[in-house]
Design a protein around this ligand. Structure first.
Ligand SMILES: [Zn+2]
Length: 81
């Protein structure tokens, strides 16, 4: 049941982002505690060294060949330093 709860939350975020409504979960992290049925929210600052969205991204396109990338990941997604 827990994966379903989080999956619905993430699907909702994707729909909100695609159609441009609401307040997207950008720069924030939701911590969900199913045992106490509580949520906490944390701010997550942008990582300027992120290989995807940092100042000098090294990941600039989608992977065409997933199987090749899985066998040799450093070729497709250089690690951030
Ligand atoms: Zn990033």
């Amino acid at each position: 049941m827990l994966p379903g709860v989080i999956g619905v939350m993430m699907a909702t975020e994707a729909i909100k982002y695609i159609i441009g409504i609401g307040e997207p979960l950008i720069g924030r992290l939701i911590l969900y505690d199913a045992l106490s049925m509580t949520y906490r929210e944390m701010k997550v600052p942008r990582d300027e060294n992120c290989p995807l969205c940092g100042k000098n991204p090294s990941i600039t396109k989608l992977i065409d060949d997933y199987d090749a990338a899985a066998e040799n990941p450093e070729t497709f997604a250089p690690a951030a330093d």
